[in-house]
Design a binder for this molecule. Sequence first.
Ligand SMILES: Cc1cc2nc3c(=O)[nH]c(=O)nc-3n(C[C@H](O)[C@H](O)[C@H](O)COP(=O)(O)O)c2cc1C
Length: 353
Amino acid sequence: MQTLYSRPLTLRGLELKNRIFMAPMCQYSARDGMPGAWHLRHYVERAIGGVALVVIEATAVSPEGRISPADLGLWSDEHRDAFAPLVAAIHEAGAKVAVQLAHAGRKASTAVPWLGKGLVPEADGGWEVIGPSAARFDDSYPMPREMGPGDIERVELAFAAAARRAVEAGFDAVELHAAHGYLVHQFLSPLSNRRADGYGGSLEGRSRLLREIAPAVRGVLPDSMPLLARVSATDWIEGGWDVEECSATLNAVKAAGVDFVDVSSGGLSPAAKMPVGPGYQVGLASRVRAATGLPTGAVGLLTTPEQIEQALVTGSADAVSLGRLLLRDPYWPARQLPAEARTPPAQYLRAFA
Ligand SMILES: Cc1cc2nc3c(=O)[nH]c(=O)nc-3n(C[C@H](O)[C@H](O)[C@H](O)COP(=O)(O)O)c2cc1C
């Protein structure tokens, strides 16, 4: 059967062999931000499994931007040099690769999920946490220090420097993490941004950080390289950030060279009431795509070929990202793709004939 998910997709100069992406998923397995043996095995296996684009997990642009002490980072040239062989190995396995650049803001310095919850104190390897306002995520999380103009400028420079290193390491694309209640989303949402200066208040003020980061990052990318953004399209809280504000902001950054938006949701506050179920964010992707005209990704509990195909043929999205399904089953795409669209490495040809 002809399927849309098996058809190629071009973003700027990047040709993707199908429309199935690997969603970014923190592995909490880095030492001092460096990728290691786990990352090599984890990402290369999913690349062999047939996704067109591997999106490497949230990778911090500065040490204090890590969610946990075990997050990946790209804040030095040593990190760049450690990523280069991982990028080359993913290419060798037949996929393209993006890195999700991130700053955790008030959700930084927290425990690796399977080791605990909430704040990691400085004595245990934690650090001072910054955010748009002195308002914490919940009682178990650190209280952030409100960022001054110098902090904001440093973060913007760090995003651009990390993007430059991503280019030098051989990545095919860069994704800005503006979702899930991390720093950029903290600025965007009126629930976490209580600033009285030019980076708060109106939508224009709250979106200023993203509107400044996007062109700064675009400025260090080659023209042919796409810039992706991941957003939470809603906080799922009355009076919070919503699809309308999200779409208006994306329309503003489109001109700055954002080429693709991956539409997720939530993560800003534990008070959110998320209607989680099969394909629960596809409707959000559809609304963002209609309002912005941007090539759009859908994600969230997409687990069957029928669901994926439906998200694409109905015009809700141009691509899908798969998360937990690929953790359970790295070769799922290779099995679902029609024979002519399967691209196993030569070593595995006999298994996928
Ligand atoms: C272990 C794990 C780690 C995650 N880490 C990230 C991350 O680094 N960046 C991000 O944007 N989303 C992250 N997510 C969210 C996923 O990218 C995805 O949006 C979510 O799991 C829903 O898709 P799924 O139902 O296909 O898993 C993570 C999810 C999981 C399960």
